[in-house]
Design a protein around this ligand. Structure first.
Ligand SMILES: C[S@@+](CC[C@H](N)C(=O)[O-])C[C@H]1O[C@@H](n2cnc3c(N)ncnc32)[C@H](O)[C@@H]1O
Length: 343
């Protein structure tokens, strides 16, 4: 909803209550759907090389001219396009849709449309209102978008983490729980020829890992295993165990039990690495709004939560992992990586 309010509009909608503030959210929801339709139609791609007028666009996209005119009007009114003498053109708001954010927008639009109905029920009952991974397993397109989102983030973070966060000297075994796409395991193995990694995930999560491991030439060193990490974890003597963006998918009891089970896979002196979004990170106004909404999504679709660094450290200590060290990542300050050593 890239609406630019004048100071007078902001006063009326956001401060005095003369105009209903929630109307801005209705506009935001409608414009997110309109922008998602534009991405699916290939509209923003069609404008990548410069302005186009309506007849050209309609012919190129195979769209009904009148339908497209109406969509273009909505997108121009909400800041996604400008209407110039030469035709419609992209704006600073819509340009990110040509890169990774087009995928992100479609993913969230699909999750909100498919799973957020009945949000009040999960709040009332305290139980999750949906089963995110089962829902996604039946929707290959959404699963592919989710995987791309994770891989984009890992593509950006894995290099920094593997360079900055050390493993114990001579480490040869790494266990990557819920590590699906395998990017973090691959990054750790890259400069450590003696290291082998085992990635455990649901079958749907491992598909992306298979091609990544192959194209990194790591088939002999990164093993992908389908399994439920909430069940028995029969791995032992690991030098390191990764729990990246994982605990947030579970309620307190399961998350802390998972951490204890993960710690039991370590040899004495092995390290547990926990990466997750820090709910206390201040960030900008968008991050301050997104983080609690993301947690609401976790609660509703997975029964999950965002856990504070203090909670994670306490659970690590209860699991027998001490001397916690925290790493703030320059590439994503909203994430915190906590490392603790098994006594
Ligand atoms: C948010 S993703 C994080 C993936 C990766 N660790 C990362 O940081 O990019 C959570 C992962 O946990 C996996 N997962 C969730 N529940 C699981 C379970 N019960 N058993 C195994 N894997 C699970 C999902 O399939 C998914 O790949």
């Amino acid at each position: 909803m890239p609406l630019h309010l004048t100071p007078e509009d902001a006063r009326r909608y956001l401060e005095s209550g003369e105009a209903p503030g929630p109307h801005l959210d209705v506009i935001g929801a409608m414009s997110a759907h309109a922008a998602a339709a534009g991405v699916r139609l290939g509209l923003f791609e069609a404008l990548a090389d410069g302005p186009r007028d309506l007849p050209e666009l309609a012919a190129g996209l195979g769209a009904d001219r009148e339908g497209l005119r109406v969509l273009l009007g909505a997108l121009a009114a909400t800041g996604y396009l400008t209407s110039e003498p030469g035709g419609y053109a992209l704006t600073a708001v819509s340009r990110p849709l040509l890169g990774g954010y087009g995928n992100t927008l479609l993913f969230w639009q699909e999750v909100l449309a498919g799973l957020w109905g009945g949000l009040e029920e999960s709040v009332r009952s305290g139980r999750r209102g949906a089963d995110f991974y089962t829902w996604m397993a039946g929707r290959p397109e959404v699963l592919a978008r989710f995987q791309r989102l994770l891989q984009d983030q890992a593509g950006w973070l894995a290099e920094e983490i593997a360079a900055v966060v050390p493993l114990p000297d001579g480490a040869s075994r790494l266990l990557d729980l819920g590590g699906g796409h395998a990017r973090y395991s691959i990054a750790y193995c890259r400069d450590r020829p003696d290291l082998r990694a085992t990635v455990v995930d649901l079958p749907s999560g491992l598909e992306a890992g298979r091609s990544a491991v192959e194209s990194a030439g790591m088939s002999g060193r990164v093993t992908l295993l389908a399994g439920d990490i909430l069940g028995d974890l029969p791995y032992r003597d690991q030098d390191a165990v990764l729990l990246f963006n994982l605990l947030h998918g579970f309620g307190e009891e399961r998350a802390s039990a998972l951490l204890r089970a993960a710690a039991r896979t370590l040899r004495p002196g092995g390290v547990a690495l926990v990466l997750d979004r820090d709910p206390g990170h201040p960030g900008d106004a968008a991050a301050r709004a997104f983080t609690p909404l993301f947690e609401l999504n976790l609660h509703h679709t997975q029964g999950g939560r965002l856990y504070s660094p203090e909670t994670v450290t306490r659970w690590l200590a209860e699991a027998g992992c001490h001397e916690p060290r925290e790493y703030v990542l320059t590439r994503s300050p909203a994430h915190l990586l906590t490392v603790a050593t098994r006594a």
